[in-house]
Design a protein around this ligand. Sequence first.
Ligand code: CO
Length: 466
Amino acid sequence: MGKPIKITETILRDAQQSLIATRMSTEEMLPIIDKMDQVGYHAVECWGGATFDACLRFLKEDPWERLRKFRDGFKNTKLQMLFRGQNILGYRPYADDVVEYFVQKSVANGIDIIRIFDCLNDLRNLQTAVTAANKEKAHAQVALSFTLGDAYTLDYWKDIAKRIEDMGADSICIKDMAGLLVPYQASELVSALKETVDLPIELHTHYTSGVASMTYLKAVEAGVDIIDTAISPFAMGTSQPATEVMVETFKGTPYDTGLDQELLSEIADHFRPIRDKALKTGLLNPKNMGVDIQTLLYQVPGGMLSNLTSQLKEQGAEDKFYEVLKEVPRVRKDLGEPPLVTPSSQIVGTQSVFNVLMGERYKMATKETKDILLGKYGTTVKPMNEEVKQKVIGDKEPITCRPADLLEPELDKLKKEVETWSEQEEDVLSYALFPQVATDFFKYRAAQKDGIDPELGNKENGTYPV
Ligand code: CO
């Protein structure tokens, strides 16, 4: 009984995204990569998610260059990225040609494993990316966006897992972005999936609600193959359980990971000063490091809670926080009870804020709320509220096809738009995801090359309009 458990280390992507808003620079990571490469992780998650946006927007780094540096350094370790299905790493659905090209370039620059998810678990939104990953000989992992609710029974998860296996995925991840999966339920869920499919099962959770390491323990006993952990200085809180703790937990058992604690401790030594600095500057908020019991009570992901707080603060309406928190599950129900993960978490969160602040529900609806009601994000597991639909989109007929079927190929048009600034083939993909932010970055990059201090800019001749 039992087998060695594999570890995916998240420090370079999810751990730093969850705790310090993805602000770790490539320079801070590179010196430790050689050591990390000796550990024998199943994989290192290092790219995708919010890293791409943060590189361009805040760090003024080329995300592709970062990936190539990782690839140079990690000679023995598989590199993993997180991919939002048809939304790639952005916030809107893209045409298939852009999705395919992004997958192709990610693999060409060094990615081995692509974890692909859809915020509605509408598998039609994953097919293009999965097929493209297969074609590029990358490992296509499909993630179930885990959530709770009437519709999300064991039968629902089993059915969806079976369909994921049929669509050509190489493994399945249970992606519990909010830390809602409690230990005994994890045991049931993992057992059910193991009975249903032959694919390896990976579990990804967050410590937000305080149960995560117990959840891993029960999941491992139930047969899960891989768990996602973060090196201790960036573990727990809104991040993952600590790597060293899980390694020690299974030592000397049939689940022994075989990882070397000495080596892990040297890696932790590298990241500790980075954490201390983040604490000092306020980038790392101690609030995000404890147990957030609201997550269990309201089933709202940690990241969404902090977004709601800042949205309300901007409006000078912080006193409405609990009212908004209560509105979130109601809006979620109206919109077909989707999992709350990017971008559905933003859609539900922002609409909840509107509903409370306007004093009348759906008096104002965001474009994204309209689009989700119009079927533009895909099909939800439950039907949407007809009254809300009537109020927001009137008699407009929602689409029922795969949303990307309605999108014309857009790669050629994007290539033309970015022509002036493009220095590498990958630039069109940065531009596709974040047109304004990428253009600003391209200008910054050009200014640097011309020896102009980009921080100061040169507004006179327009070389670098800040
Ligand atoms: Co995560």
